[in-house]
Design a protein around this ligand. Structure first.
Ligand SMILES: Cc1cc2nc3c(=O)[nH]c(=O)nc-3n(C[C@H](O)[C@H](O)[C@H](O)COP(=O)(O)OP(=O)(O)OC[C@H]3O[C@@H](n4cnc5c(N)ncnc54)[C@H](O)[C@@H]3O)c2cc1C
Length: 466
């Protein structure tokens, strides 16, 4: 019998569940019917590519990797500009705003995230969550006389927007809380390195606890942002374009109204197979994936959010495995979701940051005492072109000496080290093992003694060889 799979959400998470199942539909004898329901007009968009489009590297439309027709041609009922208003988990159906009822055998909740933004009627004030936002921002940037940008939020999205605006010649101010940038990924000493480098590109930072108290406009367009409550702390920042890059929360309204458990971090709770939980048990034919879910941290073992495409795609693979296993009755296809170590990389205007595992503060909140080592070294031999420095910080559990976090800032060599150090964390490698680990060498690609060795050596209180 044909199995009906309904996916609510056509962001990266929903699309990757679909892509996995389409690629593997011949793994099972049974037929599958797919329905994807999403609000936007687009097909599959690489949200992560949008900041670079704003930097002028390519057109925004190039981030739409597949149009809806691509999926429709494969027999998918791919519905854009469609609103789902209800999930009925008892009767296995979803209800659309039009009143239409769609039955399912398997439901995937992939509703992403949303932002709490105070209403303003002024043009020029935007969030930066998807291609529709990017198009509005691009149009605003192309208006005559646009000189100043204000960004609320010191996370990756805020910094990438700032880098784009600065590249395009705008006076750019980034405003966020203290003490430094990217606090969920970097310790303050590492966040300060990013800040110093971005300041050199002309970006101004305000890192304090003041909130926006007014957004002023002229003839319907934003002109300035006022921050600070008390008269003596008030500051008016000129702004022809405003990006609100914070207050991002999981979009769980449909799931919550359907009685699905929401965790302490605000995301949908799942088991390791990505089934949602309702009351006492998990529901075997209802899954959740992506930014709307919470993950279990690999170091603290506590629930938290990790709203990244890289997390969504690993969850999507697990869901596809489990749907195929259920449909075919082959337990061998089943797979569980691993703990989350949150490998992260970002290019903020040519400055690359990377992290994996916990920050010192996150470790401390979980009651873990740490030792750490930090080193700066070139990524290849000094006589080779492109030999740029990389600063690397390694964080170890002070008791076991096992690696629990890594952070880096540089211009090259970041993504591969984040992945390598993620493997080292998962393998439970200690500072001694990392210090003595054999590594490859070729002067055009690496140093004889890598920065990783120096950072591990310093964490042990030993002076590295220079
Ligand atoms: C500018 C930017 C840059 C980023 N860069 C990176 C990066 O470099 N690396 C990385 O790993 N991550 C990056 N991310 C994060 C990454 O894009 C997200 O984690 C990912 O897109 C989440 O996908 P999702 O499908 O869970 O959510 P979303 O993309 O939010 O999709 C949710 C979907 O659900 C639909 N939906 C919700 N409610 C309903 C409803 N009631 N009815 C119908 N449809 C509904 C929406 O229409 C949407 O289609 C970036 C994010 C942004 C905004």
């Amino acid at each position: 019998m044909t199995k009906k799979i309904v996916i609510v959400g056509g962001g990266i998470a929903g699309i990757y569940v679909l892509r996995n199942l389409l690629a593997r539909k011949s793994d099972v004898e049974e037929k599958m019917d797919f329905t994807v329901l999403k609000r936007e007009k687009s097909g599959w968009v690489s949200t992560c590519g949008l900041p670079f489009a704003l930097r002028g590297w390519y057109e925004i439309d190039r981030t739409e990797i597949n149009k809806p027709q691509f999926f429709i041609d494969q027999g998918v009922d791919f519905r854009t500009e469609t609103e789902v208003t209800k999930l009925n988990l008892e009767e296995n159906h979803v209800v659309l705003k039009t009143g239409e009822v769609l039955k399912y055998d398997f439901l995937v909740i992939a509703t992403g995230r949303k932002q709490f933004v105070k209403e303003t009627k002024l043009e020029g004030v935007y969030t930066f969550n998807n291609e529709d936002d990017a198009k509005k921002i691009e149009a605003a940037l192309n208006r005559e006389g646009v000189k100043n940008a204000y960004i609320r939020g010191r996370g990756i999205i805020g910094l990438q927007a700032a880098a784009a605006f600065a590249t395009r010649g705008l006076e750019t101010t980034v405003h966020g809380g203290p003490p430094s940038l990217l606090p969920s990924s970097l310790d303050p000493d590492m966040g300060d390195l990013v800040k110093e480098r971005m300041e050199k590109e002309g970006i101004r930072f305000i890192l304090d606890r003041r909130e926006i108290t007014a957004i002023k406009g002229r003839e319907g367009w934003v002109k300035s942002v006022v921050i600070g409550e008390r008269e003596e702390e008030k500051e008016e920042i000129p702004a022809d374009i405003v990006i609100i890059g914070k207050w991002m929360i999981p979009e769980i309204d449909l799931a919550w109204k359907a009685g699905v458990d929401i965790g302490e971090s605000g995301g949908i709770v799942t088991d390791r197979a990505m089934h949602v939980k309702k009351g006492r048990g998990h529901i075997n034919n209802v899954y959740a994936v992506g930014d709307c879910t919470e993950v279990v941290d690999g170091i603290t073992h506590r629930p938290r959010l990790n709203q990244l495409a890289s997390t969504a795609v690993t969850q999507a693979t697990v869901i596809a495995d489990n749907i195929l296993s259920d449909i075919s009755g082959q337990p061998g296809l089943y797979s569980p979701c691993e703990y989350c170590f949150g490998p992260t990389v970002a290019d903020v205007g040519g400055i690359l940051m990377g992290s994996v595992g916990v920050t010192t503060e996150a470790a401390s909140r979980a009651g873990i005492k740490t030792i750490s080592g930090k080193a700066t070294k070139l990524v290849k031999a000094r006589y080779f072109p492109g030999a740029t420095p990389l600063t690397l910080k390694l964080i170890f559990d002070a008791y076991t000496k096992k690696l629990i976090g890594a952070q880096m800032v540089g211009e090259a060599g970041v993504a591969e080290r984040v992945n390598e150090l993620g493997v080292a964390i998962r393998a439970g490698m200690t500072a001694e093992e990392m210090r003595n680990m054999e590594r490859c060498y070729d002067p055009s690609q690496a140093l004889l003694i890598d920065v990783t060795i120096d950072a591990a050596t310093k964490a042990l209180g030993i002076t590295p060889v220079y």
